[in-house]
Design a binder for this molecule. Sequence first.
Ligand SMILES: NC(=O)c1ccc[n+]([C@@H]2O[C@H](COP(=O)([O-])OP(=O)(O)OC[C@H]3O[C@@H](n4cnc5c(N)ncnc54)[C@H](O)[C@@H]3O)[C@@H](O)[C@H]2O)c1
Ligand SMILES: [Zn+2]
Ligand SMILES: [Zn+2]
Length: 380
Amino acid sequence: MRAVVYRGPKNVTVEEVPDPTIQSPTDAIIRITTTNICGSDLHMYEGRTSVEEGKVLGHENMGVVEAVGEGVDRIAVGDRVSVPFNIACGTCRNCTTGWTSFCLRANPTEGMDGAAYGYANMGPYDGGQAEYLRVPWADVNLLHLPEGTEHENDFTMLSDIFPTGWHGVELSGFQVGDRVAVFGGGPVGLMAAHSAMIRGASQVFVVDKETDRLALAEKFGATPIDFSAADPVEQLMDATGGRGVDRGVEAVGYQAHDATGEEHPELVLDNLAQVVRSTGGIGVVGVYMPQDPGATSDLAKEGRIPWQFGTFFTKGQSMGTGQAPVKRYNRQLRDLIVAGRANPGLITSHELGLDQAVEGYQHFDDRDSGWTKVLLHPGG
Ligand SMILES: NC(=O)c1ccc[n+]([C@@H]2O[C@H](COP(=O)([O-])OP(=O)(O)OC[C@H]3O[C@@H](n4cnc5c(N)ncnc54)[C@H](O)[C@@H]3O)[C@@H](O)[C@H]2O)c1
Ligand SMILES: [Zn+2]
Ligand SMILES: [Zn+2]
């Protein structure tokens, strides 16, 4: 089959690789209909992870079940399904309490709880930017979708970014009527803004410098804040009468940069501690790494990020972090899509064939104007 393969920094290729096979009775094989490029893939693409060459990328997958192992009984051949980016066993302590993103059994990597498809340190699993994908523990992991092709571009956001945005809002301790500042207007930040609006925020701000992304934020009913125009903390304080926001969502990650493009991994954490009111909450879904050899400072290379913890403490703020447990939310979010209450597909900017993945990576990585979210359709 054809697949997108990591070959080194800024180098992905579309190659012929072996078809996946059923390896365990609880496996399923999915024929991929849509698979997205994610901001998380860019950390690998830019050479800022330890991902090995030859890895098939892609953790945002959906499709139709092609084959099932003999131990699979909830999922059948022909079912249309969404595949959460987390690979979960469904039976360990973390999985049974709803934390499938920290499954204790799926990832053999020392010191890492939680597994995913086609991702650095997340286990030996190939990704789904390919024609077919092997899904372990298929009964646990797969979400049924209505038959046919309707809502394809909405449902494809269920594998990661829509639940992740929702999780960022959840981790912030959100309550109805809150004012929320989302840092990062990429796909995850936009989904956090959409989620906060659906959940009854009184006002949502989205902070970024990319004007096309800020324009999309407005489409979801959010107020755009351009951090290249002026200090975003001052802008948010002015916009809230000096009070600050109730909740903050971090949807940028460790490659946060200033208006000149220079990286400062502490920048957004500092901004959030400053702009969230006392006793307010912060949800961090942007990724931070235990080690970052590509960082500019020696501390950051060791995963140490000096930030305004004193401000955070003094204001009595709280913070939640980590990979999103997609399965906790994806059924409910699917139903909001079907009911017409959620439109995550609105952020789709490009739909490409698998063979165009290389240009998709280049443009999305450059944050070229208009390249907000790239969907690949391996079937053409
Ligand atoms: N926790 C999870 O489960 C999970 C899941 C998916 C993605 N992620 C992570 O979420 C983050 C965002 O993902 P994405 O797909 O939206 O990526 P993206 O790279 O497309 O978007 C990041 C955005 O942040 C903006 N940005 C950079 N510095 C900023 C600053 N100082 N202030 C405000 N905005 C700034 C960039 O301009 C960009 O638009 C990444 O770190 C990704 O790895 C986490
Ligand atoms: Zn993703
Ligand atoms: Zn588990």
